[in-house]
Design a protein around this ligand. Structure first.
Ligand code: PHE
Length: 349
């Protein structure tokens, strides 16, 4: 049994090895189940007790030497591989992404932009408020007192944390609290829109727990219902790009407007697509009315000199109508195929 010969050969093979796979094969050839050194160890059983002791010790020594040689060669090869990768590969961070990921603008983002631009052309500026509101701004200041049935109209998400009045914070159920925030900050005349996210416990093809509204508020000395209707009809003509749009105003009730109305747009469904502006079906797109003087007084507005109108429009609804989409939930599915088919190219934006 030439232990020295085995060690010499193994050492040479390990030295010459230049990649991990080859080295792994060498390891198997010497130390694997049927490897040379393993076989030698197995053959110990044929030796006498004395021989077993001395040869066994030598063989164990051989095994650990070969094992160490392989381990250190392994590290050497790894370092070499990393160095050559660093040398040969480079990342060009200015390289454009592959064509398959073409960026798209979400239909809701496009609607936001158009709504701001149409009302902007009518002289409205944009106001903002937080998604997480106090009970006072979302309800009480808007003449929706506690235990008022109007609070049931809006199934609400409450947050455990309490505001300074000891009431739980709410995810705003409408953009109307921005009316209050604006009137407390700005002296009339006021002419603002407030687009943003709103939340209610509701989910079906035309309701989503998170949805979008745009609030409108116009306060001056003599704004009236006629101005309100004219503004909304003009907006719809421009947004939907339809001149003879079939719309209707229905009398309604909101605690923060008096009188109140809801505006519906006519539509029909053909081939599973919404067709707009005609037909016998109606989709409610907004609530509106003359701002209730109680709300103005809550904001210290002089009601002898100022009055105005407000509206709250569902942006998801008008987006569905405009592009013939039938399920509001698809907007928020995060599905890349959906956005690839229904989104807009940056250039169209
Ligand atoms: N805030 C109402 C809603 O979400 C809509 C509305 C806004 C009605 C402004 C009248 C005036 O349903």
């Amino acid at each position: 049994m030439d232990i020295k010969k085995v060690l010499k050969e193994a050492t040479k093979e390990i030295e010459l090895s230049s990649n991990q796979l080859n080295l792994q094969n060498i390891k198997v050839a010497y130390l694997g189940k049927k490897g040379r050194i393993t076989e030698l160890l197995k053959s110990l059983k044929n030796l006498s007790l004395d021989e077993k002791k001395s040869v066994g010790a030598e063989l164990n020594q051989l095994r650990s030497e070969v094992d160490n040689l392989i381990k250190s060669k392994f590290n050497e090869i790894k370092v070499e591989e990393i160095n050559s990768m660093l040398k040969n590969e480079s990342i060009d961070i200015s390289f454009p992404p592959p064509n398959s990921i073409s960026p798209k603008v979400h239909p809701i983002s496009k609607t936001f932009d158009e709504v701001i631009s149409i009302f902007g052309s009518m002289g409205y500026s944009v106001a903002e408020g937080p998604d997480i509101e106090t009970d006072y701004f979302n309800f009480s200041a808007l003449n929706i007192p506690e235990n008022h049935p109007a609070r049931e109209m809006q199934d609400t998400f409450y947050i455990e944390d309490k505001d300074k009045d000891g009431k739980p914070f709410v995810l705003r159920t409408h953009t109307s609290p921005v009316q209050i925030r604006t009137l407390l900050k700005e002296k009339p005349p006021v002419k603002i829109i407030a687009p943003g996210r709103t939340y209610r416990c509701d989910s079906d093809s035309t309701h989503s727990p998170m949805f979008h509204q745009v609030e409108g508020l116009f306060i001056n000395k003599n704004a009236n219902m006629g101005n309100l209707k004219g503004t909304l009809i003009e907006f719809c003509k421009q947004f939907f790009n339809v001149q003879d749009l079939k719309v209707r105003f229905r009398p309604s009730y909101f605690p923060f407007t008096e009188p109140s109305a809801e505006m519906d747009i006519a539509y029909e469904i053909a081939n599973n697509k919404i067709k707009l502006g005609q037909g016998d079906l109606w989709l409610e797109i907004l609530g509106c009315g003359m701002v209730n003087p109680i709300v103005l007084e809550n904001c210290n507005v002089d009601t002898k000199n100022f009055q105005g109108f407000a509206f709250g429009m569902g942006l998801d609804r008008i987006t569905m109508l405009k592009y013939g989409l039938t399920d509001i939930r698809s907007f928020f599915s995060g599905n890349l195929n959906w956005i690839a088919n229904n989104g807009f190219s940056i250039g169209d934006f």
